[in-house]
Design a protein around this ligand. Structure first.
Ligand SMILES: [Zn+2]
Length: 365
């Protein structure tokens, strides 16, 4: 089982339903929690970017210190009507809703540790950040402006079991292509048309799908176009992504796709429009970097060793690293995230809370 107080905080937080953009009730809970402990609470203006009903919830302890701990307040799916089941070694839902463990597990771990560290009187200066819209756009972490003293931080948001940490991730480049052909009657004058469907199909055969290397992947996930069976189609839109462990490599792969698609368009007299943007960029945190060393100090005191891992997914850590704030994403053990079979082992939950406590009550030097 887990500590009774940790269980109670987790129950409080999973009794609140707050999907992305609807985080206000979670922020209110955190505000009341912090104020009860006599701590300064602030909400930033992230709602202006996310379009949701809440900004990021920020708690500065003793001036805010040089590092932060964070988790996100949104869940990707509703947990309305959640029934928690406490099994022998884990917490699950009854299978009809997600458990909300992503990321109420991380959130509960931090709040539990905060309360305990304040009660024990050994809390050190640090900042707690609870973000909005992690699951959709990373709007919260993208908007968040760290105080000038903040140098590094920790996100509690990985499905991996503690003491795993995501020290390295890919970046994600999203793209849209629009193939422009020419419409014409498919029966009377097909020769006057240029089928955007035919052109797009030929172009797509040149796309590099699937695994492209150790940390690179490619996918076209969406295609749409056409109006009627008797019309030569004049427009097709194609959307997809390239993930890469390296910015230049990802850009190079995308340029090759553009060149290949343009060549096919030229051959058929069609034209091509496109846009691309990095949804999140790669990061790599090394053992000599501050967050790694601080984390190592904490888990070693627990008799454990850090387990650095690579990830092909993004999190708030990507947005924070992009700002130059060295950040690692820590394993909470929130398993099968987003499914109705989400669960967390008591052992992992307990460790995640202990790690949060350690990061709040020790300093690096
Ligand atoms: Zn998450």
């Amino acid at each position: 089982m887990i500590d009774e107080r940790l269980r109670q905080i987790f129950e409080d937080l999973t009794n609140i339903n707050a999907t992305s953009g609807n985080e206000a009730p979670v922020a209110e809970y955190i505000k009341a929690f912090a104020e009860r402990l006599g701590l300064e609470f602030e909400m930033d203006g992230a709602a202006s970017l996310s379009g949701g009903n809440s900004g990021n919830a920020i708690v500065r302890i003793k001036g805010g210190g040089n590092h932060y701990l964070a988790s996100h307040m949104d869940t990707p799916r509703s947990i309305e009507g959640l029934k928690r089941l406490y099994l022998e070694d884990r917490i699950t839902s009854d299978g009809t809703t997600p458990l909300g463990i992503d990321d109420r597990g991380g959130l509960s771990s931090i709040l539990y540790a905060l309360e305990k560290a304040v009660a024990d009187g050994n809390i050190k200066p640090c900042t707690l950040v609870f973000t909005v819209c992690e699951e959709t756009t990373l709007a919260g972490s993208t908007f968040y402006t760290p105080d000038p003293g903040i140098r590094y931080g920790f996100i509690f948001d990985s499905y991996m079991s503690p003491p795993a940490l995501v020290s390295e991730t890919c970046g994600l480049l999203e793209f849209d292509f629009t193939f422009h052909g020419r419409s014409s009657h498919a029966g009377i004058a097909p020769e006057k048309g240029i089928s955007a469907i035919q052109v797009a199909c030929e172009a797509i055969t040149k796309f590099p799908y699937g695994k492209l290397g150790e940390k690179d992947t490619g996918n076209i996930g969406k295609i749409c176009g056409g109006t009627a069976t008797n019309v030569v189609c004049d427009e097709v839109k194609v959307s997809g992504e390239i993930r890469s462990g390296n910015l230049e490599e990802g850009e190079r792969r995308f340029r090759k796709v553009v060149e290949d698609f343009e060549e096919v368009c030229r051959k058929h007299g069609a034209t091509l429009e496109y846009r691309s943007a990095w949804d999140f960029t790669p990061y790599h945190i090394h053992p000599e970097d501050e967050p790694y060393r601080h984390f190592e100090k904490v888990v070693k005191a627990m008799g454990l060793e850090p387990l650095p891992m690579k990830s092909m997914g993004g999190s708030d850590a990507n947005a924070m690293n992009k700002k130059g704030i060295k950040t690692i994403n820590l394993g909470v053990g929130a398993q099968n995230p987003h499914g109705n079979d989400e669960f967390i082992l008591y052992e992992d939950f307990t460790r995640a809370a202990q790690i949060a406590y350690g990061l709040m009550t020790t300093t690096l030097e």
